[in-house]
Design a protein around this ligand. Sequence first.
Ligand code: GN1
Ligand code: MG
Length: 351
Amino acid sequence: MHSVLSSFALLGAPISCEPFGSGHINGTQLVVCEGGARYVLQHINTHVFREPEALMRNIELVTAHLRKKVSDPRGVLNLVPALDGKSFVVENGAYWRVYELVENSVCHQSADASLFYESAVAFGRFQNQLADFPAEQLTETIPHFHDTPVRFAAFQRAVAEDAAGVSHLIQREIDFVLSREAFTHTLTDLQGADELPLRVTHNDTKINNVLFDAETNKALCVIDLDTVMPGLSVNDFGDAIRFGASTAAEDERDLSRVHFDLGLYKAYVKGYLSTCGESLTKMEKVMLPVGAKMMTLECGMRFLADHLAGDVYFHVSRKGQNLDRARTQFRLVEEMEQHWAQMHEIVEETD
Ligand code: GN1
Ligand code: MG
C-alpha cells in the first residue's frame, strides 16, 4: 500500500491499490478501502507540470465553480483533502492527490456516433459552465500548451538535435510537418488580432476524458483537469475530433485502418453546438474545422518530436510507438484536407 495514502482523509483503511486508467502523463491508481469507499490516487508528473501547487489551485477553483452548476454529484470530480486540509500531499518531493472515484461510471477509448455525440454534449457543457469563470484566476499549467507555432519551433529543434539519431529514417514525416508551417499560425494570428476570444478550456478533450454512466451511457463529467487553463474553444473542439473522429487507435500501426470519419465529426459538431453554440462567436464557429486540423497536426508533431528526442515525454510501451502515433495523426490531417469543404458545410448546416 502506498504510504502517502495515510496522509489523506479516506473513509476506511486502504486494502488495495492497483494501476488504473490509460493516461500518458501522470501515474494513476485505484484505491479500495475497507467499507468499500473507492478512490483514484494520482502521482503528478512534475516533469510535465512544473508548478503542481498552482495546478492544484486551478483544479480546486474550477471544480468548486462546476459544483455550483451541476445537479448530479457525479457531474464534477471531487478532490479528497489531505489531513492538513490541502488538496495534495508532498512526499519525498513527489506530489500526490486523491479524487473520489465516480461510481457506476465508465470510460470509453473509442465511440460510435451516439456516444461521441454525448461526449460533445459534455465538453460543450463544460465550456458553457465555465463561461462566467474569470480565466485570469487560472495559472497556465503548461505555458504555450496549444500554441502551435511554438510547438512547431520545438519540432524544428528536435529535428536539428536528432537526439535519438532517427531523423534520416523519417524524412517523409518531417517534411509533412515542415510543409504546413504557414497553417500553424492561423489561430494564433486570429487570437493576436482579437478575433478569437480567450476562454477557460480543458485542453485534452479526448473521449477517454469523459466519464459516462455505466447503465445509461449518458455523459456524467469531464475528467483530467490538469490542463484546464485559458485557451481557445476551437482547440478544445479540435482535440476531441483528432482523437474521437478517427476509425482507429491513436497508435495503430496499420495505416489502412486509420480514417477521418465525417459521420463522427458531424455527431460531435451537433453535440458540441447543442450545449455551447449560443456562447460561441461567429468566428469561433467558422474556425471549428481549423481547430480540428490544427490539433491533429500539432499532436502529430509533438509525437514525432518525442520520437526524435528518444521518447522522453509520452510514455511508450513499445519501440516506435510515438512514430506510429505521429503517422496516424498525419493520415488524419491528410483526410481532413481532402474533406475540407464538407467539414465547413457540416458546421454551417448544424448551426
Ligand atoms: C497526453 O496523458 P494524456 O493521455 O491525458 C497529453 C495530451 C495529448 C495526449 C495524446 C499534458 O495526454 O496533450 O493530446 O497525451 N497531455 C499532456 O494522447 O501533454
Ligand atoms: Mg491528459
